[in-house]
Design a protein around this ligand. Sequence first.
Ligand SMILES: Cc1cc2nc3c(=O)[nH]c(=O)nc-3n(C[C@H](O)[C@H](O)[C@H](O)COP(=O)(O)O)c2cc1C
Length: 144
Amino acid sequence: MSTVYIVYWSGTGNTEAMAQAVAAGVTEGGAEAVVWNVSEADIEAVAGAKAIALGCPSMGAEQLEESEMEPFMTDLDGKISGKTVGLFGSYGWGAGEWMEDWVNRVNADGATALNGEGIICNGAPDADTLENLKALGRDLAANA
Ligand SMILES: Cc1cc2nc3c(=O)[nH]c(=O)nc-3n(C[C@H](O)[C@H](O)[C@H](O)COP(=O)(O)O)c2cc1C
């Protein structure tokens, strides 16, 4: 069975809830879902997969979380060419700029950001967002 790795950072649980919904979609789609907090992620395993999902809220000033997620992403930048990548994350008060930057970054790495945009939500994911995240997971399973 193919595996989709879902790696996230979450301070207060909103992005973690999003990650679990992506995982449910991956399972529905017939692939194995491995969900890792970024602090425990095996970057070589992630680099070896065809389809991955990455989640992080907007932190700093419209940035990835700087102590764990940004260093992980910097490591990954040279390793994701050709992959299908699903991006997701929660935000508070901004307009989603961090996610636009992240989508552009992933595409510049030679990967394909699924749907051409990330799935974002203000605070905790609502029912519609959870459905969209499951659909993302099913799409990732189809590309794994
Ligand atoms: C230090 C810090 C910086 C933040 N910076 C932003 C920001 O630039 N833009 C924004 O929309 N939200 C910002 N937020 C709000 C978080 O993105 C929001 O609370 C989000 O729901 C947290 O997701 P989590 O529960 O997965 O940690 C910030 C929150 C913190 C704690």
